[in-house]
Design a protein around this ligand. Structure first.
Ligand code: NAD
Ligand code: UDP
Length: 311
């Protein structure tokens, strides 16, 4: 198949491109390099089945494709909040442009949606039928509401034009190829611990997240894409919550770091808890995460050790 991966030079996108190439597909990676980098696609840049297009998804595009994975969108709060209007346009205009492309060519489209559609959830774990608790006018809204509007567009294109859709709600994922300046908690803590700098906990560290290793996530996305008679939305994530204080401790131990912990103000609307109900993924996709946090974190620590040595 000719598969378009938007956001293909980013953290998740580059792993997805590589996995699709391994499965024998022709992969077209489209990226505007807002947070992505050529370093991420270096390992397969010269594969004859790989193409790179520099383009912004907020602008329409036409090219023959059989499948689309729409991952284009900054995912780290510091990056999506830097240009909030562009973030909103990326999710809304970008997704509509790609839905029109899918419609024109009869292609299947998978949307990288997010657990952020649940906002600051007042139930736990979060199942797909939960409608969420989202502030429409806060600093996270450009991302949360953008992704929610994208889901609306996807289901309307499906109902109105019969576009073949898949919606994955991705929960916090970490691993190799995260940027050193990504700003999300796992990469921040690891880089800080390796440099001997204080680990920055926002708030009192009692908030929870459930972290999925990138290899598990990519396996889940491909399983969803390849499964017939399912649209989603479907949660893909690891249902093992941990507080940010516990995560900081785990990373200090893994890196044998003497870094101290420092407490900084909690950004507004920061969700207090997040944990996926993955029953649907396990029933419909026979998917469940396999990589334990210690194993995933160890691989990520090795990655950042190498990165820090080369800069
Ligand atoms: P990332 O920032 O590493 O990757 C995003 C990629 O999209 C980058 O390569 C960036 O340059 C590109 N991009 C941004 N705006 C674009 C535009 N307008 N046109 C073209 N390319 C653009 O983030 P990631 O963690 O790899 O996330 C990938 C996708 O998965 C995002 O859509 C994100 O919302 C979703 N997601 C990720 C997580 C996670 O924990 N990693 C969780 C939920 C959802
Ligand atoms: N966080 C933190 N220190 C950091 C970065 C993030 O304590 O250096 C916290 C953040 O406030 C949030 C959690 O870690 O409660 C996860 O943040 P991240 O940005 O990774 O993802 P998201 O908030 O989108 O789930």
């Amino acid at each position: 198949m000719r598969i378009l991966v938007t956001g293909g030079a980013g953290f998740l996108g580059s792993h997805l491109c590589q996995a699709l190439l391994t499965r024998g597909h022709h992969v077209i990676c489209l990226d505007n390099f807002y947070t992505g980098s050529t370093h991420n696609i270096e390992p397969f840049r010269n594969d004859p089945n790989f193409e790179l297009i520099e383009h912004d998804v907020t602008m329409p595009i036409d090219l023959p494709v059989d499948g689309i994975f729409n991952l284009a969108c900054p995912a780290s709060p510091i990056h999506y909040q830097r240009h909030p209007v562009q973030t909103l346009k990326t999710s809304v205009f970008g997704t509509i442009n790609l839905l029109e492309l899918a419609h024109r060519h009869g292609a299947r489209i998978l949307q990288a949606s997010t657990s952020e559609v649940y906002g600051d959830p007042d139930i736990s774990p979060q199942g797909e039928s939960y409608w969420g608790n989202v502030n429409p006018v806060g600093i996270r809204s450009c991302y949360d509401e953008g992704k929610r509007a994208a889901e609306t567009a996807i289901f309307d294109f499906h109902r109105q034009y019969g576009v073949d859709i898949r919606v994955a709600r991705i929960f916090n994922t970490y691993g190799t190829r995260m940027a050193i300046n990504d700003g999300r908690v796992v990469s921040n803590f690891i880089v800080q611990a390796l440099k001997g700098e204080p680990l920055t906990i926002y708030g009192d560290g009692s908030q929870t997240r459930s972290f999925c290793y990138v290899d598990d996530l990519i396996r889940g996305l491909i399983a969803l894409f390849e499964t017939d008679d399912i649209t989603g939305p479907i949660n893909i994530g690891n249902p093992q919550p941990i507080t940010m204080l516990e995560l900081a401790e785990e990373i200090r131990v893994l890196t044998k770091s003497t870094s101290k912990i420092t407490f900084l103000p909690l950004p507004s609307d920061d969700p207090k808890q997040r944990m996926p109900d993955t029953t649907l993924a396990s029933e419909k996709l026979q998917w469940s995460p396999m990589v334990e946090r210690t194993e995933g974190l160890s691989k990520t620590v090795e990655y950042f050790k190498n990165m820090l040595q080369t800069i």
